[in-house]
Design a protein around this ligand. Structure first.
Ligand SMILES: CC(C)(COP(=O)(O)OP(=O)(O)OC[C@H]1O[C@@H](n2cnc3c(N)ncnc32)[C@H](O)[C@@H]1OP(=O)(O)O)[C@@H](O)C(=O)NCCC(=O)NCCS
Length: 169
């Protein structure tokens, strides 16, 4: 099996509004009544969304790079590349989280070459937190969503090249 991150199309973007995660991950379910607005948002080039495909064909998830990955109330004053992502519900919880996240990180590195990568995750989402800790991210902040009061965690990982430069300086 191999994963690729590529430009996606409207059919892919529309599919996401129909995804239904089981509780507690239903927090990530979108309102199907807002499919047009959601699709428009996903396809806006300013939001930097891409599709995640298995064997180059099968659409299995999405990722975003930039402001989309920020949550209201968080402190994003330090420059970093914010990453958001979601895998379709029937593929989650099968122990492949690191595989998906590693593919997204490789793509982010090659495409944006950021000194720091950052992700913001709901504190209840221990499944996602396990995966991001597992690929070398660490917590830098905790806060509550500005409007929902839901606790969130901000994690970062410094670019290895920067760390190595630092170590040899
Ligand atoms: C976040 C996401 C990529 C993780 O991928 P996944 O394939 O579902 O994750 P896994 O099945 O590999 O589970 C990851 C780890 O969490 C553990 N885990 C699962 N449920 C858990 C729970 N309720 N509490 C604690 N740990 C849990 C698993 O055992 C696994 O641990 P391991 O790596 O030591 O084996 C995927 O679930 C997803 O896209 N979810 C929807 C969107 C989302 O959650 N976004 C958050 C920001 S990325």
């Amino acid at each position: 099996m191999s994963l690729s991150i590529q430009s996606w199309d409207e059919a892919n973007a529309r599919e996401i509004s129909g995804w239904n995660y089981d509780a507690p991950y239903d927090y990530y379910n979108l309102n199907p009544d807002e499919i047009e607005q959601n699709t428009h948002y996903f396809l806006n080039p300013r939001n930097n969304f891409y599709g995640i495909f298995e064997e180059s064909r099968e659409f299995i998830g999405y990722c975003s790079f930039g402001e989309d990955g920020q949550v209201p109330g968080g402190d994003y004053s330090t420059p970093a590349l914010d990453i958001g992502m979601g895998i379709c519900p029937n593929l989650t919880g099968q122990g492949r989280g690191c595989y998906y996240v590693a593919a997204v990180l490789d793509f982010a590195q090659q495409t944006f070459d950021p000194p720091i990568m950052r992700v913001t995750i709901a504190a209840f989402n221990q499944r996602a937190l396990q995966v991001w800790y597992g690929v070398g991210f660490h917590t830098v902040d905790n806060f509550e969503h500005q409007y929902q009061g839901v606790p969130f965690v901000i994690l970062v990982r410094e670019n290895e090249r920067v760390s190595k430069d630092y170590e040899t300086a």
